[in-house]
Design a protein around this ligand. Structure first.
Ligand code: ATP
Ligand code: MG
Length: 350
C-alpha cells in the first residue's frame, strides 16, 4: 500500500509517499517563508495561490524520487483541518480529484493528529498509552493518547500558543518571521539566567497553560533595556526560551505523575527546539520521543502516515469535499462510527 500525503493547512506545501512496508519513500516541501516575510505573518490568499502553483510539481518530484507513477498509489491523504480555509481547500480539492481520477480512496486528515503521529516515523515507536505535548504555531496541548484516534485533552493554553509566543518575541527583538528557530539560534550565545522571567501558572494546580503574561514581561523588558546590543538580545532570547521550557516541563511532569503514564511524545514546530529537546530528555521521568527535526514543522510525511492508518481502519469519506478550518482534536475520539466528524466516516472495518 502506498499512500500519498498532502499538507496545505498553512504556509508549507508538503507532499510525501508512505509505503506500508518501507515507510516514507519520498518527501518534498516548499516553504513560503519568503512570500510572507515582508508582511510579518502569513497572508492567507497568497498562501492558497502558492499551494496551487506548487502541488503538481511537488507530486511529480516525489513520484520521480520514489521511482513510481501515479498508478502505484493506493490511497491519498490530505489535511482537512484545522487551518486556513482557502489553503485547506486547495489540498482537499487536489487530493480528492486525483483520487477520483485514479479510482482510489482518499481521506481527510486532522493536522494535529498528523503532528502527533510524526514520532512514529522514527525507528523507535512510542507505546500506547502515552502523553503527547503538542507545541506548534497554533496549539499548545497536553493530550492523553490511548490509541490512534483516541485523544483526551488534559491541558490547553488559555491564550497564545507557544510557537506564537516565540514568533512575537522574535518580532520584538527584530528577528523577522517566523521567529522560533531565529530565537533558538540567538539563544545559544546567551545567558539563560540573565533575566528573571515568569513561569506562568506553574504555581497553580491543573494542566492548563498561558503565555501572554510571559510575552508581556518580555515586551516590558525590551522597553526598559537600552541599549539592546547583540549580547543583551541573546540573553533575552535565552532567558525567554528557558522560561518556556521550564513552564512546559513543570506542567508535563505534573501530567505524567497524575496519569502515571511513563511515555511522552513531543510534536509540532516548537519540538524542533534544541533546549527543549535536551532538557526534556535529561530531566523528565519518562521515555521521551521527538519527531526527526525536519518532521517537527508542517510536512506531507506526517499526513501520509496518519492517512494510511485511517484508511487501514476503514475510514472513508462522502463525495462532497469538506474541510474544517476549526476542528477539535477530541472529536476524532469516536471510533465506533456512531457519530461522524463531518469529514471522516467509518465504513465496515477491513
Ligand atoms: N527551533 C524552534 N524553536 C522554537 N520554535 C520553533 C522552532 N522551529 C519552529 N518553531 C515554531 O514552530 C511554529 C511552526 O510550527 P508548525 O508548523 O507546527 O505550526 P503551524 O502549522 O503554523 O500551527 P498548527 O500546527 O498549530 O496549525 C512557529 O511558531 C515557529 O516559530
Ligand atoms: Mg502545524
Amino acid at each position: 500500500m502506498s499512500t500519498l500525503g498532502i499538507e496545505t493547512s498553512c504556509d508549507d506545501c508538503g507532499v510525501a509517499i508512505y509505503d506500508a512496508t518501507r515507510g516514507i519513500v519520498a518527501e518534498a516541501l516548499a516553504s513560503q517563508t519568503e512570500i510572507h516575510q515582508p508582511f510579518g505573518g502569513v497572508v492567507p490568499e497568497l498562501a492558497s495561490r502558492d499551494h496551487i502553483r506548487k502541488l503538481a510539481p511537488l507530486l511529480q518530484r516525489v513520484l520521480d524520487d520514489a521511482d513510481m507513477t501515479l498508478e502505484h498509489l493506493t490511497g491519498i491523504a490530505y489535511t482537512a483541518g484545522p487551518g486556513l480555509p482557502g489553503a485547506l481547500m486547495v489540498g482537499a480539492a487536489f487530493g480528492r480529484s486525483l483520487a477520483q481520477a485514479l479510482d482510489i480512496p482518499s481521506i481527510g486528515v486532522h493536522h494535529m493528529e498528523g503532528h502527533l503521529l510524526a514520532p512514529f516515523l522514527s525507528d523507535e515507536r512510542p507505546q500506547f498509552p502515552f502523553l503527547a505535548l503538542l507545541v506548534s504555531g497554533g496549539h499548545t496541548q497536553i493530550v492523553r493518547v490511548q490509541a490512534i484516534g483516541d485523544y483526551k485533552i488534559l491541558g490547553d493554553t488559555l491564550d497564545d500558543a507557544v510557537g506564537e509566543a516565540f514568533d512575537k518575541v522574535a518580532r520584538m527583538l527584530g528577528l523577522g518571521f517566523p521567529g522560533g528557530s531565529a530565537i533558538s539560534k540567538l539563544a545559544i550565545s546567551g545567558n539563560a539566567k540573565a533575566f528573571k522571567l515568569p513561569r506562568p501558572m506553574t504555581d497553580r494546580p491543573g494542566l492548563d497553560l498561558s503565555f501572554s503574561g510571559l510575552k508581556t514581561a518580555v515586551r516590558n523588558l525590551v522597553a526598559d533595556t537600552s541599549p539592546i546590543n547583540d549580547q543583551t538580545a541573546a540573553d533575552i532570547a535565552a532567558s525567554f526560551e528557558q522560561a518556556i521550557v521550564d513552564t512546559l516541563r513543570i506542567k508535563v511532569s505534573r501530567a505524567l505523575r497524575e496519569t502515571r503514564i511513563q511515555e511522552l511524545i513531543v510534536a509540532g514546530g516548537v519540538s524542533a527546539n534544541h533546549r527543549l529537546r535536551q532538557q526534556f530528555q535529561l530531566q523528565l521521568d519518562a521515555k521521551v520521543h521527538f519527531p526527526a527535526p525536519h518532521l517537527c514543522t508542517d510536512n506531507g510525511a506526517m499526513i501520509a502516515f496518519a492517512g494510511h492508518h485511517r484508511l487501514q481502519q476503514g475510514f472513508t469519506e462522502p463525495l462532497a469535499i469538506t474541510t474544517r478550518p476549526r476542528w477539535p482534536l477530541e472529536e476524532l475520539a469516536d471510533q465506533s462510527g456512531s457519530a461522524h466528524t463531518g469529514v471522516l466516516h467509518r465504513s465496515q472495518p477491513h
